[in-house]
Design a protein around this ligand. Structure first.
Ligand code: FNR
Length: 362
């Protein structure tokens, strides 16, 4: 598909939908329950307005940022999402190549269908973090931590908001349209395709710790030399707890509205979490980021970097690594222009005073 004519993420979404099987699309797009949180993630961004500072020298702009000590060309990275092979045969390796070509970071999901080593080899110069599931067997977790460190992953991401594994399909089919294969979840003992979806679900339930606690987070903290990012934080109390445990960064996230429905939009809780963390850890955000304006608003409200979930998958579905690159390029260009139009030459110029909530006008 010629994707060069696509100029917005909304156009990528439409094109991806046409290209993707119903099964895969239902998996990617599915919000939790009624979709209230998923919808609100988007709408909440629109409730913040920008108050630009004009006539500043913005002729040259610098969008670069440093997260956990690594410099990225712009503050937009790729969140962990599962089973990229549903969208493109080159799967997570293509996504990693797309991110690396733009000099930004990608978080590889434990639910990837290419092993973490294969993804590392596909984009050796890319910035990669690994999302580790909580397992019942700590030995398994330790082995994965060692594998991630050896393969050049530079941070471990833990997800706090996913108690109780469920397949995120509208309806779990009794046979999968293609065999799913998760080499990071130690399905090496099970040949690809040997398990039907219900047996797979059963395997995961036996293997994964379904209701992890702070104690599991602490264990990971103590068992890796890599920085730890805690994803899925929405409350001030949890953010403070993360800081007390020495977590290096918190990612304000509601899982793209796929877990608890009825929770807040991430942008609405960001300011309070940034205050609670008080500079003791880096703060990032994901959920509903679709334009450069969204990115600027999140940065103004205190996020150091934002992450995208579904949009990277739309790019992947449309055109593999190149599609991922294009999606990132669109967001980067939009951010760059929005910075110019709001008087910001560099990321540190993006201050809270640039943004007001619409309730301010009421
Ligand atoms: C996800 N997400 C996710 N999160 C996580 O911590 N581990 C995972 O394996 C997955 N898998 C996953 C699959 C799919 C298809 C989607 C859409 C999402 C959540 C993801 O990391 C991120 O929080 C949201 O996708 C961000 O919201 P947007 O950008 O999709 O609106």
């Amino acid at each position: 598909m010629a994707t060069t004519t696509l100029t917005t993420l909304a156009e990528f979404e439409k094109a991806a939908r046409q290209k993707t099987s119903e099964f895969a699309w239902s998996y990617v797009s599915r919000p939790g329950k009624d979709g209230q949180t998923h919808t609100d993630n988007r709408q909440a961004f629109k409730r913040y307005r920008l108050i630009p500072r004009n006539l500043r020298d913005v002729y040259i702009r610098d969008t670069s940022v440093t997260i956990l000590g690594t410099k990225l060309d712009f503050p937009i990275a790729i969140a962990p999402t599962a089973t990229h092979r549903l969208l493109h045969p080159d799967a997570e390796s293509a996504t990693a190549r797309g991110a690396a070509s733009m000099n930004t970071a990608m978080v590889l999901s434990s639910w990837s269908e290419h092993s973490l080593e294969k993804v590392a080899a596909a984009a050796p110069r890319g910035v990669r973090w690994f999302y580790l599931l909580f397992y019942r067997d700590r030995g398994r977790m330790k082995r994965l931590l060692v594998r991630a460190e050896r393969a050049g992953y530079t941070a471990i991401v833990l997800t706090a908001d996913q108690p109780f594994f469920t397949f995120s399909f509208r309806k779990v089919p009794s046979t999968l349209p293609m065999p799913l294969w998760f080499p990071n979840i130690y399905l090496e003992d099970v040949p690809p395709g040997a398990l039907g979806s219900l047996e797979l679900a059963d395997y995961f339930k036996k293997t994964i710790k379904e209701a992890a606690t702070w104690e599991d987070v602490e264990w990971v903290r103590k068992n890796t030399r890599l920085p730890v990012v805690l994803k899925g934080i929405l409350s001030v109390e949890d953010a403070k707890m993360a800081v007390r445990l020495g977590i290096d960064a918190v990612l304000v996230s509601n899982h793209g509205g796929r877990q608890l429905d009825g929770g807040p939009a991430t942008i609405d809780v960001l300011t309070n979490i940034v205050r609670a963390v008080g500079g003791e850890a880096e703060v990032y955000l994901d959920g509903g980021v679709r334009t450069g304006t969204d990115v600027l608003k999140a940065l103004a409200l205190g996020a150091r970097c934002v992450f995208i979930g579904r949009p990277a998958l739309w790019g992947l579905a449309c055109n593999g690594a190149e599609g991922v690159q294009q999606v990132l390029q669109i967001l980067k260009d939009e951010l760059n222009l929005t910075m110019a139009r709001s008087g910001c030459a560099k990321i540190s110029d993006i201050q809270p005073s640039l943004v007001v909530h619409e309730s301010y006008y009421l």
